[in-house]
Design a binder for this molecule. Structure first.
Ligand SMILES: [Zn+2]
Length: 162
């Protein structure tokens, strides 16, 4: 009886530790979708999208981080996850469509597997394009803000770098 209860306790301890780690992994691998256009608490307009590796709530968080990093604020962008293959845009991770203030996230990257990490890095990078443009600055890659805040997605040994 005494042995049993010790096992029980240690099992609980193990599963608590295990759950925490596994939970993180699952969240990174989880794919989200929205069937209708949604506006976030902070004001990001997410067009109906599927195959998202980050939530709209995370986008709010990342967008605010980019405002802090650039020391600028801007009315949040529209975000739309689409297949660049389908729309014939090319093979990049993301694209900032300045005429409509829209961040396009490519669901068909075909370079390495997408994850919450690549979505984060892509979203942050495109957010910098948006924030600079909204403030009337040069929003091309020659801005030092990209180096400082969000260089984009880097690949290490066939995977998105940490
Ligand atoms: Zn860029």
């Amino acid at each position: 009886m005494r042995l049993l209860s010790i096992c029980y306790i240690s099992l609980i301890a193990l599963s608590l530790v295990g759950c925490e780690n596994i939970g993180e992994e699952i969240r990174c691998d989880t794919v989200y979708e929205t069937t209708e256009d949604t506006t976030s608490e902070y004001g990001i307009n997410l067009k109906a999208s599927s195959n998202m590796h980050i939530t709209l709530k995370k986008m709010d968080k990342f967008y605010k981080e980019m405002e802090v990093c650039s020391n600028l604020t801007a009315v949040p962008p529209t975000v739309w996850y689409i297949s660049f293959d389908f729309f014939n845009i090319g093979g990049s991770w993301g694209y900032y469509h300045s005429a409509t203030n829209t961040i396009l996230m490519n669901t068909d990257v075909n370079i390495v597997e997408r994850s919450c990490l690549s979505d984060e890095q892509t979203f942050k990078h495109e957010s910098i394009h948006h924030i600079l443009k909204m403030n009337g600055y040069d929003y091309s890659h020659s801005s030092p803000m990209f180096e400082k805040c969000a260089v984009g997605v880097n690949v290490c040994n066939g995977k998105v770098c940490d």
